[in-house]
Design a protein around this ligand. Structure first.
Ligand code: SF4
Ligand code: SF4
Length: 258
């Protein structure tokens, strides 16, 4: 497995992926049923997670066109992350193991409360691999990249050695910082749980002409699987504009000025 790990590191180096980690899949065995590594891939043994930072200028709060720049960046970076996840999964399968990519954004599913979820919680993958820590804004914080890391990953039956690059010890949010909580226009952030109410956030921020809200809400109530497919087809990439990223743009973590 050491050789496979070296080849994964090589992909990260040549593709300018600065943050990479692995962890045993069992570290996420306490995720909700249907969203555990074992549910995505029976026999799952390891997780691979990696992050690429969005340039700081894209999220600069007072910058002109910040919404349009975030929109374009997300469309490109999610494709890049997904491509890397697929490449790493294919590499892991060369040795006879199985591997499933964990895509950066869509496809989505609806959980038992009919809340939107990814297939596996990438933020948690990052936490258990030790590549960052969870902030009050519900995102993975890294002392070099702040809240700006976008994540990709893979679940595999391969037993990978523990790996983390760069080594990091994150202090986490400063005790008195409440910037993201105060700036959120719809108060969707629960600082104690370090979580965002994802449905409130999405309802407010995501705009796409391809997904009429009424149609989605009706499908969500009556035919959840159809709602999942519609949302996955019409979301992100080129299609969805997020009119708010304030919990990221204003977060001072990693800038030396919290
Ligand atoms: S993106 Fe905007 S609406 Fe959503 S949690 Fe962050 S600040 Fe709140
Ligand atoms: S704005 Fe402050 S409290 Fe919120 S995530 Fe960033 S450092 Fe933590």
């Amino acid at each position: 497995m050491q050789e496979v790990m070296e080849r994964i590191q090589m992909i990260a180096e040549t593709e300018d992926v600065p943050v990479l980690g692995t962890s045993p899949a069992a570290q996420m065995a306490d995720e909700p049923e249907g969203y555990r590594p074992e549910d995505l891939l029976p026999g799952a043994k390891s997780l691979v997670v990696f992050g690429i930072p969005v340039p700081r200028g894209v999220y600069r709060p007072a910058a002109p066109k910040v919404i349009e720049n975030v929109w374009r960046t997300q469309g490109i970076y999610y494709r890049r992350l997904d491509d890397l996840s697929l490449r790493i999964a294919a590499l892991l399968e060369e040795t006879g193991d199985s591997a499933v990519p964990v895509f950066g954004c869509s496809p989505f599913s609806l959980n038992e409360r009919k809340d939107v979820r990814g297939h596996l919680n990438q933020l948690r993958m990052g936490e258990v691999a030790g590549i960052g820590t969870r902030g009050r804004n519900g995102l993975l914080l890294h002392s070099r990249y702040g809240s700006r890391l976008m994540l990709g990953g893979v679940v595999t039956t391969a037993g990978l050695p523990a790996f983390r690059k760069p080594e990091t010890t994150e202090p986490g949010c400063p005790p008195d910082c409440r910037i993201c909580i105060e700036v959120c226009p719809i108060k969707a952030i629960s600082p104690e749980k370090r979580r965002v109410n994802i449905m409130r956030c999405l309802q407010y921020t995501s705009r796409t002409p391809l997904l009429p809200k009424l149609r989605f809400l009706l499908l969500r109530a009556l035919r959840p699987r159809a709602a999942e497919r519609l949302m996955s087809i019409t979301s992100l990439d080129e299609h969805t504009l997020h009119v708010c990223s304030q919990c990221v743009t204003t977060c001072p973590y990693g800038t030396g000025t919290p």
